[in-house]
Design a protein around this ligand. Structure first.
Ligand SMILES: Nc1ncnc2c1ncn2[C@@H]1O[C@H](COP(=O)(O)OP(=O)(O)OP(=O)(O)O)[C@@H](O)[C@H]1O
Ligand SMILES: Cc1ncsc1CCO
Ligand SMILES: [Mg+2]
Length: 288
C-alpha cells in the first residue's frame, strides 16, 4: 500500500469507529437514500431544517451538508443559519449546488451561501461548478448536459482558486482541488448516473470524511475513492440486472468497505500541473 493509500484507509477506519453525526439539509428526492447510505458507510445521519433548531444541530454535528436540490427561499435562510453556527463551532460545511446554472435562483442561492458561510468543500457535477464560476455550460435540470470534455481537473483548479474552497467535480473521473494541488480519482460506474441522488449521497459521504480529518483535500480524496470503489464493486455483481439491483448492491458495498477495498476498483493520481509531489498515487493501477 502506498503512503497515500494508507492515509485514505486510516480515514475510512476513523469514520467506521467514530460514526460522525452528519447534519443534512438536503432535497426531498434523496433524503431516505442519503440516510441509508450514511448508515451503510458507518456514519450517523440526521436531517433537520427548521430555522428554530438548525443552529443547535449544526453546533453538535461532525459536518453540515447543504444541498439546494429542492430549495425554497425559507430553506436558504435556514441553511445560512446552520452554516454560520457550524462555522462558529469549527464544524466543516459542505455545499452541493444541485442544478446551479439551470435557474437563476439556484445559481444565486449557491453563490450567496458561499459568501455568507465559510464552505470547506463544494461538490458538484461539471456543469454546476462551471456555472458558479461564470462559465455557461449546459445543464438539463440537475444533470450535466454535455459531460466533461478534456477532464475535470482544470475546472476544479480554477473554481478552487476563484471560490476559495476545496472543489470536487464528479463525472466519469472525479477531480478534487484546493487551488494548489489537484487529484484525479477514477472508479465508479456509469450505473451511478441511473440512480437518483448518487451525487447528493456522495456529498454527504464526503461530510462524514471531513468530520474525521481537517485536511479537506485528503478527506475528500478518501471519500471519493472509497465511494467509487463501492460502486465499481456493486456494478461488477449487478450490471447485468440494472439500476434497481445496483442501488441495493451499492448500499451493501458501502457497508462492506474495508481498508483494502480500493485495490483494483479505484485509483488516485495527481493531475498534471498540480503543485503536489508526483508519485503519490495509490498504486492500484487502472480500475475496471
Ligand atoms: N460515466 C461515469 N462513470 C463512472 N462513474 C460516474 C460516471 N458519471 C458519474 N459517475 C459517478 O457518479 C457519482 C455521482 O456523480 P455525478 O457527477 O453523477 O453527480 P450529480 O450529477 O450531482 O448526481 P445527482 O444530481 O444525481 O446527485 C460520482 O461518484 C461519480 O464519480
Ligand atoms: C431529481 C432531482 N431534482 C431535484 S433534486 C434531485 C435529486 C438529484 O439531484
Ligand atoms: Mg447533484
Amino acid at each position: 500500500m502506498s503512503l497515500l493509500e494508507k492515509e485514505l484507509s486510516r480515514l475510512l477506519t476513523q469514520v467506521q469507529k467514530n460514526r460522525p453525526l452528519v447534519h443534512n439539509m438536503t432535497n426531498s428526492v434523496v433524503t431516505n437514500f442519503t440516510a441509508n447510505g450514511l448508515y451503510a458507510l458507518g456514519a450517523s445521519p440526521v436531517m433537520a431544517y427548521a430555522p428554530e433548531e438548525v443552529a443547535d444541530m449544526a453546533a453538535v454535528a461532525g459536518a453540515v451538508v447543504l444541498n439546494i436540490g429542492t430549495l425554497t427561499a425559507e430553506l436558504v435562510e435556514a441553511m445560512i443559519i446552520a452554516g454560520r453556527s457550524a462555522n462558529a463551532h469549527g464544524v466543516p460545511v459542505l455545499l452541493d449546488p444541485v442544478g446551479a446554472g439551470a435557474t437563476r435562483f439556484r445559481t444565486e442561492s449557491a453563490l450567496r451561501i458561499m459568501r455568507e458561510v465559510n464552505v470547506s468543500l463544494l461538490r458538484g457535477n461539471a456543469a454546476e461548478i462551471a456555472n458558479l464560476v461564470g462559465e455557461a455550460r449546459e445543464i438539463k435540470g440537475v444533470d450535466v448536459g454535455d459531460s466533461e470534455s478534456g477532464g475535470n481537473a482544470p475546472l476544479a483548479m480554477r473554481a478552487a482558486r476563484e471560490l476559495g474552497t476545496v472543489v470536487a467535480i464528479t463525472g466519469r473521473e472525479d477531480a478534487i482541488a484546493d487551488g494548489e494541488r489537484c487529484r484525479i480519482i477514477s472508479g465508479g460506474d456509469a450505473l451511478l448516473t441511473q440512480v437518483t441522488g448518487t451525487g447528493c449521497l456522495l456529498t454527504s459521504v464526503l461530510g462524514a470524511f471531513a468530520a474525521v480529518e481537517r485536511d479537506t483535500l485528503l478527506a475528500g480524496t478518501a471519500g471519493l475513492a472509497f465511494y467509487g470503489a463501492a460502486a465499481a464493486r456493486a456494478a461488477e455483481r449487478t450490471a447485468a440486472f440494472g439500476p434497481g439491483s445496483f442501488q441495493t448492491a451499492f448500499l451493501d458495498e458501502l457497508a462492506k468497505l474495508h481498508p483494502h477495498s480500493l485495490k483494483g476498483y479505484a485509483a488516485v493520481r495527481e493531475a498534471a500541473g498540480s503543485g503536489a509531489k508526483a508519485g503519490m498515487g495509490t498504486g492500484t493501477g487502472t480500475p475496471r
